[in-house]
Write a protein that binds this ligand. Structure first.
Ligand code: PMV
Length: 295
């Protein structure tokens, strides 16, 4: 059986959400596809290569299988992954692969898991691999849509366009979250104030996104990016892209864990289309309503 799950972008609130503050996150129209067939042993095939159960090369898929087998005993499976989501780029590829594999395993082996059960297993896999995380990515990948987290409140954002520019530098979520945790240990009050400020930006931004008030959204995006930079999760490449966009009058911020990965720019279609001439690798993404599904 074949299943798919979407990637996501953080509009506001990454890192702060790890400390219980508010984040606004939407699924995007890039998906990961997992094709699962019964077999006597395990074979995993992805753009990374072909392996058996391999916790080094295919950690998310291997832990997803291990966790699934706690619910349903299986002898083996042939798992083939095809993904539209760039890897380690802050667009949620790890959760999309985890959730799509779980959804396909569920369908192939008739385990009748609910979406909430799939989310809970994917959340365990996130912690198995990264040791730390807010559970936001597996939630969005499972349910699709745009949500205020941790409230789990659906948000109806207006007709917003997102342009994504990949720094082509890897963003390793666990490493970045641990880096912030260590800064917080050194300066607890300072970092907690920054996290509260980021959470505050998320809350203030929601009505402006619903009403598409571009002027207010721009200012809030710029503030969020500055706060992320202040906790050490930007990079020279991200700063360069953000500054260039700024000079074109376009607000932008990193999305996801940072340290590399992607920058998102928000604005009107005409202005953003101009940007694609300056950044040839830039691409548009749209908010996606559908979460994990059998294809
Ligand atoms: O880079 P991503 O897509 O894995 O997003 C990480 C978001 C963080 O807030 C930094 C961590 C988390 O688990 O929420």
């Amino acid at each position: 059986m074949k299943a798919s799950a979407p990637g996501k972008i953080f509009l506001f609130g990454e890192h702060a959400v790890v400390y219980g503050k508010k984040a606004l996150v939407t699924a995007i129209d890039l998906r990961c596809f997992a094709d699962v067939k019964k077999r006597d042993d395990f074979r995993i095939s992805s753009p990374i290569g072909i392996t058996g159960l391999d916790f080094e090369k295919h950690p998310y898929i291997s832990y997803a299988i291990k966790r699934f087998m706690e619910i349903k005993e299986i002898k083996g499976a042939d798992i083939e992954i095809k993904s539209q989501i760039p890897v380690a780029s802050g667009l949620g590829s790890s959760s999309a692969v985890t959730v799509s594999v779980l959804k396909a395993l569920d369908a192939e082996f008739e385990a009748s898991l609910t979406n909430e059960e799939i989310y809970e297993i994917a959340r365990k896999v996130e912690l198995d691999v990264q040791g730390i995380g807010s559970g936001t990515d597996p939630f969005i990948s499972t349910y699709g849509g745009c949500w205020l987290i941790p409230d789990r409140k659906p948000v109806n954002i207006g007709k917003v366009y997102f342009l994504v520019i990949n720094t082509e530098e890897k963003s390793i979520t666990g490493d970045m979250v641990k880096k912030v945790a260590s800064l917080r240990k050194e300066f607890p009050d300072v970092v907690d104030s920054i996290m509260s400020a980021i959470g505050g930006i998320t809350s203030v931004a929601i009505p402006h996104l619903e009403n598409l008030n571009n002027d207010k959204i721009s200012k809030l995006i710029r503030m969020n990016q500055c706060l992320l930079k202040s906790i050490g999760v930007s990079s020279e490449k991200i700063d360069e892209i953000v500054m260039k966009l700024n000079s074109l009058g376009i607000p932008s911020k990193l999305t996801g864990a940072g340290g590399g990965g992607c920058v998102i720019a928000i604005g009107d279609l005409e202005k953003l289309t101009e940007v694609t001439k300056v950044f040839p690798n830039a691409f548009f993404v749209k908010p996606e309503k559908e979460g994990a599904k059998v294809e």
